[in-house]
Every structure is written in C-alpha cells, then in structure tokens.
Design a protein around this ligand. Sequence first.
Ligand code: SF4
Ligand code: FES
Length: 248
Amino acid sequence: MPTDQQSFTLDNCKIPFSPGQTIMDAALAAKTYIPHLCHFPGISPQGNCKLCTVKIGTRQVAACTTLAEPDIVVESEIQELTDARRALTQMLFIEGNHICPSCEKTGNCSLQAMAYHLGMEDNHFPQFFPQREVDASHPQIWLDRDRCILCSLCVRASQEADGKHVFAIAGRGLDAQLIVNSSSGKLAESDLAPEDLAARICPVGAILIKEVGYQTPIGQRIFDQHKIDEIGLEQVILAHNTTATRDE
Ligand code: SF4
Ligand code: FES
C-alpha cells in the first residue's frame, strides 16, 4: 500500500481505498467479500437489497452506498449481521414465487446461492404467493415478475450501459413492481435486445432468454462450481448469461 494511501479496517483487515470509493468497492478491490445482491461492479449503487449492511460502531450502513473513510472500523462477518442477512433473504423468498425446483435459473441464481451461503434451511415467514403479470410478449426475452427481487440492476443497466431506459420500478411497498417503458407496457414493444446488459444482468430467474433453458448439466452450473463469495464472480455470471444469449 503506498504511504499516502488511506485505509479502514474491515473485520480486522486493513482495506486501502481512494477518496470517493465506497466500502463495497474498496473491499472488492481488496478481494474481500461483503454479501450483496443489488451491487454490480461498474453500475452505480442504489442500496436496494440491504444484504451488504455492515456496522460502524453502533451504526448500520449499506456498504455499497457508504463512502469509505479513513480509519473507520467496519464489521461485516459477525453473527448478528449473518442472522439479519438470512432473515432478509428469507423475506425475499416468501415475497415472490421462488420455486427453485421448477425454475430454469436454479444453480445459476444469486438469490439461491446467497441462501446456501447464509445457511438458510427454510423460508421461515408465511409465503405470500403473489400473482404478478408474466410478460412473454418479446420473441427472445421472458419476464417473470413473481421472481423479481426489485434489485433494479436491469433498470440501472438499461440506463447506464445500454442507454435505453427500458425498465423502471413503479409503486411502493408491496405494490412495487418492475414496469416496461413501451407504449403497451410490454417487452415486445420495447427496445430491449438479448445482447443488452439489462437482459443479462438479472441475478435471479426474472429475466431469462427464451429457448435456451436447462442447457447446463447439473454439476456444471455456476454455483455448482463456484461459491458466491468468490471475488469477481459477477463476471462469471455475466459470461454465462452472454453464452446463453449467443446460443439463442
Ligand atoms: S428483473 Fe431481475 S434485474 Fe430486474 S429488478 Fe427484477 S430481479 Fe432485479
Ligand atoms: S448490495 Fe448494498 S443494498 Fe444491495
């Protein structure tokens, strides 16, 4: 570490950072994992999932949206936060219809992998069984809102990487859902293309490329071969989704 480089402490490790860097970005650059579902390198953070919550003293903050500061002491891998992250993950599962055995994303899904990572053995809370609209109108892309965790990665990717503004999140609380910016509100009338980052970034089985399902044998799926706390795994996930797109 250069002598003028600033640093903070994360779970007893010194993490160097540059001014303007978030705790999450500095930690990832130092190859230290903080659980996250709505953060993606290069896409501006929004703090939706709260899986990345860490403690600075008695204060709880989202690591993905909080700037690193010199000499702060940050706790992440502590039982209290693991329990809270497991409860958040359980809430995500019961709020949607995450029936993994019948979902094409199983084995390649970050939500499922997070549940395994946190030792989640049941859903704990009563299941909501929502009935939200599936959009199958696009010839190549499928949108199942019952599996959407409202991470907004597709919204941000469409704006920042694709320059298209295809998605937005509308409504509040339990009524919040992903909407499509087209005259009919359907994907078919939108500009979304299978090559777009917005079509490939979904961490769960909400946005899928059609006609390429179940192509990876069990044992070779992303999370059969990788643990979610591997640094740089986002690029592996993207590469997998890109292959699915190319084969289409
Ligand atoms: S469709 Fe996928 S990427 Fe978009 S908000 Fe929902 S979970 Fe996130
Ligand atoms: S990764 Fe920070 S809130 Fe989701």
